[in-house]
Design a protein around this ligand. Structure first.
Ligand code: URA
Length: 286
């Protein structure tokens, strides 16, 4: 059974102990499930949720749960909040919150309190960025994976290690880059983020780009290229061609290239990315 879970991408527990949802009298995580007195919110948290699972166990029980429990479900379900509003409302809330952040640090705190993206319900940590808060090169990937989720930083797994090697090959280190993703929480089972999830996170990414104010943007893979540059069609067609995006009223050059995870599976494609990186290095030197 565990092997089947793993193969299906279920490789992380949401809580320390199992919860039997069949006992909940129709309560579901996204439905009428509520912690006593605490309403799901889509914007900033009224009272920040505590990350410590032990403290969740101390929280009031959901009102829909029967008083008696079976011996196989001794624990209350994790005290996670689920967005219940339409994605448009969540995007509007995100826009308002992101706009008011004056620094990268403030943006981090705004994201940490943002409840509008459903991905945070299953993720362990928020993955905001790694590198320099004001780097000349901003790199945007797809979504945090397992390692990133555990560490709370983008691109720290195998794909990230390859990315670092590729950057080192054009003489760029952590101080020269600002690395992030189009969504800030790991999608369950490493699936591709849905367009809605990307849309809800987008105001934060836009504000992040404004605050980082990079000279050049590099997008990794199809989903990031589609989301950031609005490019339709396959990454093989779009990679290697300069685009322009507007960041805070400034035209900024953007280069789409292949995702390092793809390069791990298809090493022969590294030469294509090498060409793209040489172009990026030249643009940074201009
Ligand atoms: N792949 C991504 O797109 N982003 C990460 O942070 C890690 C792997």
């Amino acid at each position: 059974m565990l092997a089947w879970y793993r193969d299906m991408g279920i490789d992380a527990a949401l809580a320390d102990e199992p919860a039997n949802w069949l006992e909940g009298g129709g309560a579901t995580p996204g439905g009428n499930f509520r912690l006593g007195g605490m309403k799901p919110t889509i914007g900033m948290e009224q009272a920040p949720a505590r990350a410590d699972p032990q403290s969740r166990r101390d929280a009031p029980m959901p009102t829909t749960r029967p008083a008696t429990r079976s011996p196989i479900s001794p624990a209350a379900p994790a005290a996670r909040q689920f967005p219940t509003a339409a994605p448009d409302a969540a995007t509007m809330a995100a826009r308002e919150i992101a706009r008011s952040a004056a620094t990268i640090d403030a943006l981090y705190h705004a994201l940490a309190g943002f409840q509008g993206c459903g991905l945070r319900a299953t993720a362990k940590n928020l993955c905001f960025y790694r590198g320099n808060p004001h780097a000349p090169l901003m790199i945007v990937g797809e979504a945090p994976g397992r390692e990133e989720d555990l560490e709370g930083k983008p691109f720290v797994g195998r794909a990230g290690q390859l990315l670092d090697k590729m950057l080192a090959a054009i003489n760029l280190g952590e101080a020269d880059v600002h690395i992030t993703n189009i969504v800030y929480w790991r999608p369950p089972g490493n699936r591709t983020p849905t367009p809605q999830e990307a849309q809800i996170c987008r105001p934060f990414l836009d504000r992040q780009m404004e605050l980082v104010a990079p000279k050049v943007v590099l997008t990794l893979g199809g989903p990031a290229t589609g989301a950031v540059l609005g490019v339709e069609g396959g990454i093989m067609k779009s990679r290697g061609r300069w685009r322009e995006i507007e960041i805070a009223g400034r035209a900024v050059r953007a280069m789409p290239t292949l995702h390092p995870a793809y390069l791990l599976r298809t090493p022969a494609a590294k030469r294509l990315t090498w060409r793209d990186l040489l172009a990026v290095r030249a643009a940074l030197a201009e």
